[in-house]
Design a protein around this ligand. Structure first.
Ligand code: SF4
Length: 357
């Protein structure tokens, strides 16, 4: 590993950071709850999009207690569109635990924070340093990229050895600089200067000492994770309506989008779809018996997840009057359909629901 001396690089980094002003709402607070929420939201979205979600989330649930007392469906609704719904469920679960055991406060020690659902090494470091100014690194992808390139760290990206190597470079800097400021400067430098594909090496204050730049290894660092082979799944959704209601279903606990609401769904092995067979299934599974049912495809969408590609098709089916429906399906008032939390593949088509419903 290339060693350039912590004192000098941290000095130069903090000097660079003096001119940086990223005006983000969570940067001007030391409230541990707000920092926690912002960090979880930013794990899965761009800063520009995350800002609106953060402000909305804090407005809906201004305290740990407010979040803990909310219905999970309400939390999922506010989270709708961000994806990774398990993170919203973890936030809710952790807030209940904090309300019941920590007087609705986040603890200021690493072990207690790490024991909470959804709080990993990065989030714990961010809360401890940004809220309490304690000497813990907050190593996100920006910091991994910058420090790996600067020092020439070639470890396996998700290994414990890699995390320890990165920490060993950062921690001595806390002897000289406030943890909140040094961690923020590291994140900002990775986000603004040492970017993934076109880092600003020619204007970088480290370019004469940077391992990656001086060894022409910028593209090789940080070491990349192996590409995940994604599985294709084919979802056929049925928007079944009469004049007043639409048929809905809550997803079960064993698959993606746990707890979200959706239209009745048939999953097939490939894109091929037999509408006669589908109508038979709808009759048997939902107890909707009607002569001359016709299905009309109204939309086709694709959604990429970490390990899967969802190919979704949405069909409309009008039934004159739905008298009863078999569980777990239920009838919802068509006018109130937007109060439920749906997966993105369905919310993307909401304009069509409004037209058809
Ligand atoms: S010289 Fe380039 S690769 Fe090295 S730290 Fe600076 S921006 Fe990153």
């Amino acid at each position: 590993m290339h060693d350039i001396g912590i004192a000098h690089w941290a000095d130069d980094l903090m000097h660079w950071a003096e001119d940086i002003d990223r005006d983000l709402p969570w940067k001007s607070t030391t409230d541990p709850y707000k920092i926690w929420i912002s960090e979880i939201i930013l794990q899965q979205t761009q800063v520009s999009q995350g800002k609106a979600y953060y402000l909305n989330f804090i407005q809906e649930f201004p305290t740990i207690e407010a979040l803990a007392n909310a219905e999970i469906q309400k939390v999922l609704k506010v989270w709708q569109g961000l994806g990774y719904y398990s993170r919203a469920r973890h936030l809710h679960k952790a807030s209940i635990f904090l309300r019941d055991n920590f007087n609705s406060k986040l603890p200021s020690n690493y072990t207690s924070l790490r024991s909470l659902p959804g709080i990993g090494d990065y989030t714990a470091g961010a809360i401890l340093s940004f809220a309490f100014d304690l000497p813990f690194p907050a190593i996100d992808s920006n910091v991994i990229r910058f420090i790996s390139r600067l020092f020439g760290i070639f470890n396996h990206p998700s290994s414990k050895q890699n995390l320890e190597a990165l920490k060993s470079k950062i921690i001595p800097g806390f002897d000289t600089f406030r943890p909140s400021l040094l961690n923020q400067a590291l994140i900002d430098f990775g986000a603004l200067m040492c970017t993934p594909s076109t880092p600003k090496c020619s204007e970088c204050p480290f370019n004469q000492r940077c391992y990656a730049y001086t060894h022409e290894a910028v593209a090789e660092l940080p070491v990349k994770k192996k590409k995940i082979v994604k599985r294709s799944r084919y979802f056929h959704y049925f928007m079944i309506t009469d004049d007043k209601n639409v048929v809905l279903n809550h997803r079960d606990n064993t698959d993606i989008w746990r707890g979200l609401t959706e239209f009745p769904l048939i999953e097939t092995e490939d894109d091929l779809f037999d509408s006669t067979e589908a109508i038979k299934i709808i009759n048997e599974k939902m107890g909707i018996h009607h002569l001359n049912i016709t299905l009309k495809q109204i939309e086709s969408k694709r959604q990429l997840l970490t390990h899967q590609i969802i190919h979704g098709k949405i069909y409309h089916m009008y039934v004159k009057k739905i008298i009863k429906i078999k569980e777990p399906y239920f009838l919802a008032d068509r006018q109130k359909v937007s109060t439920f939390a749906f997966p993105k593949i369905l919310t993307d088509c909401i304009h069509l629901w409004v037209d058809v419903v």
